[in-house]
Design a protein around this ligand. Structure first.
Ligand code: PLP
Length: 435
């Protein structure tokens, strides 16, 4: 048998070379550049499978970086979208489905006393920081190292600082970000309540918000330590600080009401996207009335030409209704599929004598190679053996399984028991080649 590690993708490669002459870097998002062995081209996808430009059929655990909670091209989602756009694609006025969706979010999400729709997670993060600053009258905010809240300037800080950067030193994420942005951000390590307490004690009069991924999904898929989110809630209340949960990944993925419903900690403001609309561009800004009221009075502005377009709203309504149906049966099944997969991958690591660590809830989890027995924060993730994981991903791709290069696995309701079995067989082979 040919060594799968040297498999080539001539059609993708040729398209990439051509693309680089028109598309900057051959891609439309920086994250798509970091794909092993190189950025790939795809032609078609359905359910849990995707076909690349060379005709390879792959089981997909990338799921468009999270949104495809029901899998690719779910027939009911597409039917509802087609039905909606038969009546028009964008009214730049209100329509009833938009209200239905907002009402649905109010029922499911504890903080959703009021809702606004935007088109991307980055825009939503921008809006909640503005709302938090206005409500508290304080310009600075706490952001945690390793957390990602989109690519806009104010939050493009300490996203993935190298080990040599001192903890807490606000490091811009690439060039073109004004130095002045650093002045408004206080960067802290995550999962360490004492540091937040000390910082608010010393600087609570200038800090208006804490923004956090409530599960640190973007680095290591780390769950909050027991009591951590409740502790943040308490500190925010004591210091007149807005607590913001960035649920762009966790929303409709770990629980239909987000981490806030699962853990019983209600933030002041929160943002949702990705799985909410099954791959159509939609994000939701939700918040307690006190924080959202300035939008009602036009004291704070939020806008967007494409906001709540008909296709995205129809996709979101269909997605949420399907996930809710029959006591959230689909949702529970996908969570179980994810847990089985995660546990079986862990067992394979042991079989091969590898320091393979998996963590995270079932619908998404992280896999990495590390000797650490506990991963609590960004700095712990710096020990992951990225080169080894890259090698594993390359082999998995050649064996018919598409993964994200930084270790996250997304699972959908379309992944079947057979998909899991085939993926585990591929992982067994790929891990065997690492030893
Ligand atoms: N917040 C989190 C936690 C994310 O993971 C992302 C994107 O991956 C964003 C915000 C930004 O969302 P978008 O890519 O839709 O702008």
């Amino acid at each position: 048998m040919q060594d799968v590690r040297v498999k080539t993708y001539p059609a993708s490669k040729a398209l990439l070379e051509r693309a680089r002459k028109s598309l900057a870097g051959g891609v439309s998002s920086q994250f798509r550049m970091f794909t092993s062995p190189h950025p790939m081209f795809y032609r078609r996808a359905a359910g849990s499978h995707i076909w690349d430009a060379d005709g390879n059929e792959l089981i997909d655990f990338t799921l468009a970086q999270g949104p495809l909670i029901l899998g690719h091209s779910h027939p009911e989602v597409l039917r509802r979208v087609n039905e909606a756009i038969d009546d028009g694609q964008l009214f730049a006025g209100q329509f009833e489905q938009e209200v239905l969706l907002a009402e649905k979010l109010q029922q499911l999400i504890p903080a959703a006393e009021r809702v606004r729709f935007s088109s991307s997670g980055s825009e939503a993060a921008h809006a909640v920081l503005r709302l938090a600053r206005y409500a508290t009258g304080k310009p600075k905010f706490i952001k945690f190292e390793g957390h990602y809240h989109g690519w806009f300037d104010s939050v493009s800080i300490s996203v993935n600082p190298p080990a040599a950067t001192p903890v807490g030193d606000p490091l811009p994420w690439g060039g073109g970000i004004p130095e002045s942005v650093r002045e408004d951000v206080v960067v802290l390590p995550w999962n360490d309540l004492e540091q937040v307490e000390r910082t608010l004690h010393e600087r609570g009069d200038e800090i208006g918000a804490i923004i956090t991924e409530p599960i640190m999904a973007n680095q290591g898929c780390i769950e909050p330590a027991p009591g951590y989110l409740a502790g943040l809630r308490d500190l925010c209340d004591r210091h007149n600080v807005a607590l913001i949960f960035d649920e762009i990944i966790t929303g409709f993925r770990v629980d239909l009401g987000g981490v806030q419903r699962r853990y019983g900690v209600t933030p002041d403001l929160a943002i949702f996207g990705k799985a909410l609309a099954s791959g159509f561009p939609l994000s939701a800004i939700v918040g307690l009335e006190r924080f959202m009221a300035p939008l009602e009075q036009s004291e704070v502005y939020h806008a967007g030409t494409l906001n709540a377009n008909n296709a995205s709203v129809a996709a979101a309504l269909a997605t949420v209704e399907l996930l809710e149906h029959d006591d959230e049966a689909l949702f529970h099944r996908l969570a179980e599929t994810g847990s089985t997969l995660r546990e079986s991958l862990h067992a394979l690591g042991q079989k091969h004598g590898l320091p393979l660590r998996t963590q995270g809830p079932g619908p998404m989890f992280h896999l990495g190679f590390t000797e650490r027995s506990e991963i609590r924060d960004y700095r712990d993730t710096l020990d992951f053996d990225a080169a080894r994981y890259g090698e594993f991903c390359t082999s998995m791709l050649a064996l018919g399984v598409r993964l994200i290069g930084r270790g996250m696995w997304y699972v959908s309701a379309a992944h079947s028991a057979e998909d899991v079995e085939r993926s585990l067989a591929a992982a067994d082979t790929a891990l065997g080649m690492l030893t």
